[in-house]
Design a protein around this ligand. Structure first.
Ligand code: SF4
Length: 244
């Protein structure tokens, strides 16, 4: 069943109203129930990713998990991605890499991040993710409101023109995330103990001081706070079946 225009918004608003106070596992179950194989999780395998990955492993261990390997990640992140996926029994992890032509034309020296971080994120993150998501009706993100910035107003269910997006951890606090990780004995990203509460590419990630905003080490010293994968883009039809 296809929904277009205002019907899309009715559907997303109705789902959001139903799920806005639900526990993350319930939100995941509804997302899987409605979208089935049309649903993917986008994960950075960063500092708090293990929690959502563990929840997905309990519900649908073969869910496609899209991992943006930008070519600029810390070696510790690549190791963690392999080890955590194996430990949790996640069989659907896909490594998304930038297109060779984009790198050859726009960033042949791998230093575009020094002069234009938006363009660098576009070819290394936004475009690869858009290509991969073209085959899906919806996706799950690990964003939380406590991360601040634009995320303070984050809804549990939202629409990003391309697809329906579920943010199962939107309501959870940092304490809840940490408690879940301890309860389920989830290994932390190896850089957390070195002061990295949010981890992206090595050129654009710094450790932060105790008490600082946890994303303040990302693109530190610039106005940039998001890589762009959550910014609005074009508007294809949303395909989601069943009743609210
Ligand atoms: Fe490039 Fe930095 Fe964006 Fe990574 S986070 S894609 S290195 S600008």
């Amino acid at each position: 069943m296809a929904y277009e225009g205002s019907e899309d918004m009715d559907l997303v608003d109705a789902l959001n109203a139903r799920l806005r106070d639900a526990e993350p596992q319930e939100i995941l179950r509804v997302a899987v129930e409605r979208l089935g194989d049309q649903l993917a999780l986008v994960s950075s395998f960063g500092s708090e990713s293990a929690v959502l990955l563990h929840m997905v492993a309990q519900i649908k261990p073969d869910m496609p998990i899209l991992f943006l390997d930008t070519g600029m990640l810390f070696g510790q992140t690549l190791d963690y991605r392999r080890q955590l996926a194996a430990k949790l029994g996640l069989s659907g992890v896909r490594d998304l890499r930038p297109q060779f032509q984009d790198i050859a034309i726009h960033d042949p020296s791998a230093d575009l991040w020094k002069t234009d971080t938006d363009a660098c994120c576009n070819i290394r993150k936004v475009l690869p993710l858009d290509r991969a998501l073209a085959g899906f009706g919806g996706w799950i993100t690990g964003r939380k409101r406590f991360q601040g910035g634009d995320r303070l107003r984050l809804r549990v269910v939202e629409r990003n023109e391309h697809q329906i997006k579920f943010n199962p951890l939107a309501n959870w606090s940092k304490e809840q995330i940490d408690a879940y990780a301890v309860e389920h004995d989830l290994p932390p990203h190896p850089l957390v103990e070195f002061g990295y509460p949010s981890i992206g590419c090595w050129p654009c990630t710094q450790p932060v001081e105790e008490g600082q905003d946890e994303r303040s080490g990302r693109w530190a010293g610039s106005q940039k706070t998001e890589c762009g994968i959550h910014m609005p883009r074009a508007t294809p039809t949303l395909e989601v079946g069943g009743d609210i």
